[in-house]
Design a binder for this molecule. Sequence first.
Ligand code: SF4
Length: 243
Amino acid sequence: MSNMYPETKSWNPAVGCNYDCVYCEKSFKRQIRRVAAHIGCQDCYDYKPHYHPERLGRIPSSPIVFVCGTGDISFYESKYVWRIFRVIDAHKPRMKKTYYFQSKNPSVFNLYLDWFNGNLDKVILLTTLETNRDEVYGNISKAPFPTTRFHDFLDLEYPRKVVTIEPVLDFDPEIFLRWMRLLKDQGTLEYVWFGFDSKNCGLPEPSTEKAQRFVDELQAYGIEVRGKNLREVTLKTSQEARA
Ligand code: SF4
């Protein structure tokens, strides 16, 4: 996660997740196993949700901090999540920071909405939607189905949201576009992060042409698209997109 967004570092006072996404094996799980060997943590190695309170006092100096980026906050006890919030409250960085909280079960954010809304200037909430298609999703992950996830994210009473469409899976353009437009119309969508699988996981992907049409439509609707691992897909500049 730390390499995913520019100027971003993961802060991992909790680690691990039980959603077992097929593409996690070559990405987060592989990364954390290197750390696990170094620090001798079996739970990190097994990617079992667990805590590293010794890291609470070590918020990275980057402008953007991905909180628990090597895991999913939905697996952590709320009293521990509140410890994380208190550390953020007490932190006085020299430069303004933005904290990203991402979950594949965005309904969990409802537990903490008061704190998030009290920190609007520095918190962005994210969810991943690789596709709109529920029917294939059981082969990909144990996370809530995309339709549930989208509606939970849409219903979240929070004004700063980002959708990560990475690694993109084949999708139904009309439905998927409608979802992004609904978030845009709601006025909560700051941008969409888009990218293909970079680890050769053999995922069911859209063609480059289909992906290009999709990002073109997003941009034409005024949705900012950022990304990497774009293959031949190109993003317009904001001026081109408006033209
Ligand atoms: S939700 Fe994220 S951390 Fe959890 S298994 Fe999937 S990719 Fe890995």
